[in-house]
Every structure is written in structure tokens, then in C-alpha cells.
Design a protein. Structure first.
Length: 339
């Protein structure tokens, strides 16, 4: 049986009271240097791990943050969660994950639950917050940052994410470079800022060349099923389409399934590109080109910004460009030179 050292064990070894050990651990109240050294030596010798939750009941800090995501089944979010967790752990914190299924009601419930658990701060991934949400967080003293889903009215300092507009420009320009003349767009839900930014990048790039056609745009829901159905509808309605830019990789996967079922050669007949760079799309046949989000960098900046707010660490609160640059990943679905 494993014996875990307690605060009483530390007090006994150091020859002090439990309250003295508590003051050293919580850095509250006066303890002379000699006594503090004895306590810390006892902690190290016994490998004592303070109960973070119990400490939180005293000082309202638990070294824990909450990550709220909209859809755990979308491979992008586990990838983001891993990046956030790695940085959180490096900085001595832990993370609690909440999945809302895109529901604002569940998001609000999580805010209430996490406050009662003395979570020190929250990261909202692709969850647009309204003015009253931010006011509620301010009133309960909950530091937060937002990753993706940014509204223009938000405090830019609190928003970290990819430059979705520029990523869309890169995707469409790539399709143009390989010779596509009729480029369709499977957009994301209209209420998402990332959907609008990616749509705008698509639209403006084609408008500059006099090639924009609003009929080639149809809305999906960031899932495989909608990508599959919309690609079929687009190609049946407009058989001249020779390129598709899907607003995320799951919809690109659905579109690829449709192209294969319709006996379309990819990329010869229709080239295809997605957005996000989830692991799966590198293993399809053909593999799918995409715009890769700098997920590790996003996670690190978001965590550092949040902990900077929690601990008032100036080195984490310096003004940086919150729109991080994506990268074009070329794979078989747009590689017309090899076919």
C-alpha cells in the first residue's frame, strides 16, 4: 500500500505546527526564514504534494483552468486541447475540459460550475461570447480568453486565433495556381466569425480576378455529412465546378466521398482543399490539401495570456499579434503536376 505524506507528517518532521506548514505552503502570514527552510526541507524529504483543492478553499486559487469546447467529436478540438494542456502543465496548472455541443445554455452552465469549483480562469474555444456573457465573467472575477470565433466587438487582447481570412486567400490562390476556373465554397455556419472570415477571403480573392460567382457558395455545418451533401448538390447544379474550398477538413472529407461516388477524378476533374489540418486527411486516398492552423502556437499563447491575467505576470501580458499565420499544406487532392 502506497503511503502519501500528509501535512501533519511534514509538521512533525519539521518540529512545527500544522498551521505553520500551511502558512509556508500558502505564503500567507509571517514565518521566519529558519523555520521556513525546515518546513521546505521536510516537504522535499517526504515528497509531500499539497492538496490543491483544499488550498483553493482558503485562497480561492486551485492552479486549475477550464477549457470549454463546442464539439469533442471534431478532431481539431482534441488537437487544440492537447496543445493547451501541454503548456498548462509546463506552467504548473491543470486543465478541466467541458464540451458544450455548441449550446450557449451548456456554456453558461459550465461558467457557473467552474466558478463554484474555484477554477482560476477559462478558455473558450470557438465559442462566441456576447456582451452580457463577458459582463457576467467580469462580475464573478473570472479571467478568460477566447480561441477562435472572434467577434470584431470583442477586446482584441483576449482573442487568440488563426488569421482565417488570409488562410482562405491562400487556399483559393492555390486552386487558381493549379488552373481551377470555377471554384466553389462549402462555408461554415453563418453565426461563426471564422466562417465569415474564410468566406470573405474566398470572395475577395475571386472578385479581384472577376471570377466570383455567389451561386457556387453553400453553407455546411463543419461536419462530414454536410460536406458530402453540399458537394453533391453543388456538382449536380453546376457541373462546371473544377475546384472546391471547404471551410474545414471534416467538410472536405465529406466532399471527397461525394467526388469519389460521382466518379470524379481528384484533382484532375475537381481539386479539393480544406482548412485545419486534422490528422486524418493526410491518410485519405487521395490525401487532402489543407490550410494548417498553428495549433501549438495558439494553445501556448492562449494559456500564457490567461495565466498572465490570473497571476498578473507582465511577461505574459505583452501586446502581440493575436492573429497567428496559417500554412498551406499541399497534398494529392490539388497536385495536378503528378497526374
Amino acid at each position: 500500500m502506497i503511503h502519501l505524506s500528509t501535512i501533519r507528517d511534514v509538521a512533525k518532521l519539521a518540529g512545527v505546527s500544522v498551521s505553520t506548514v500551511s502558512r509556508v505552503i500558502n505564503q500567507s502570514g509571517y514565518v521566519n526564514k529558519e523555520t521556513e527552510e525546515k518546513v521546505r526541507e521536510a516537504i522535499e524529504k517526504l515528497d509531500y504534494k499539497p492538496n490543491t483543492v483544499a488550498r483553493g478553499l482558503v485562497n480561492k486559487k486551485t492552479k486549475t483552468i477550464a477549457l470549454i469546447i463546442p464539439d469533442i467529436t471534431n478532431p481539431f478540438f482534441p488537437k487544440l486541447a492537447r496543445a493547451i494542456e501541454d503548456t498548462v502543465n509546463e506552467l504548473g496548472y491543470s486543465v478541466i475540459l467541458g464540451n458544450t455541443d455548441g449550446s450557449s445554455r451548456k456554456r453558461d452552465e459550465y461558467i457557473h460550475i467552474m466558478k463554484n469549483r474555484y477554477v482560476d480562469g477559462m478558455i473558450f474555444a470557438s465559442h462566441p461570447l456576447l456582451e452580457y456573457d463577458m459582463e457576467d465573467l467580469k462580475q464573478i472575477g473570472m479571467p478568460y480568453v477566447i480561441v477562435g470565433g472572434v467577434k470584431n466587438s470583442y477586446n482584441e487582447f483576449l482573442n487568440i486565433g488563426t488569421d482565417n481570412f488570409n488562410g482562405a486567400v491562400m487556399a483559393v490562390e492555390h486552386l487558381l495556381e493549379i488552373g481551377c476556373k470555377h471554384i466553389a465554397h462549402i462555408s461554415g455556419p453563418k453565426d461563426k466569425q471564422i466562417s465569415y472570415d474564410r468566406y470573405l477571403g474566398y470572395k475577395q480573392t475571386l472578385e479581384k480576378r472577376g471570377m466570383f460567382n455567389s451561386d457556387y457558395i453553400m453553407q455546411g455545418y463543419y461536419d462530414i455529412d454536410s460536406g458530402q451533401k453540399i458537394a453533391k448538390l453543388l456538382l449536380e447544379s453546376y457541373p462546371q465546378i473544377d475546384g472546391i474550398f471547404a471551410a474545414n477538413d471534416l467538410m472536405a472529407l465529406g466532399a471527397l466521398n461525394t467526388l469519389i461516388n460521382m466518379k470524379k477524378r481528384v484533382p484532375q476533374d475537381v481539386a479539393l482543399i480544406g482548412f485545419d489540418d486534422i490528422p486524418l486527411i493526410g491518410y485519405t486516398v487521395p490525401s487532402i490539401s489543407t490550410i494548417a492552423q498553428p495549433v501549438d502556437q495558439i494553445g501556448r499563447v492562449a494559456v500564457q495570456r490567461l495565466i498572465g491575467l490570473i497571476e498578473n505576470k507582465k511577461e505574459f501580458l505583452t501586446k502581440v499579434n493575436n492573429k497567428l499565420q496559417p500554412k498551406l499544406i499541399c497534398r494529392e487532392s490539388t497536385d495536378r503536376e503528378k497526374v
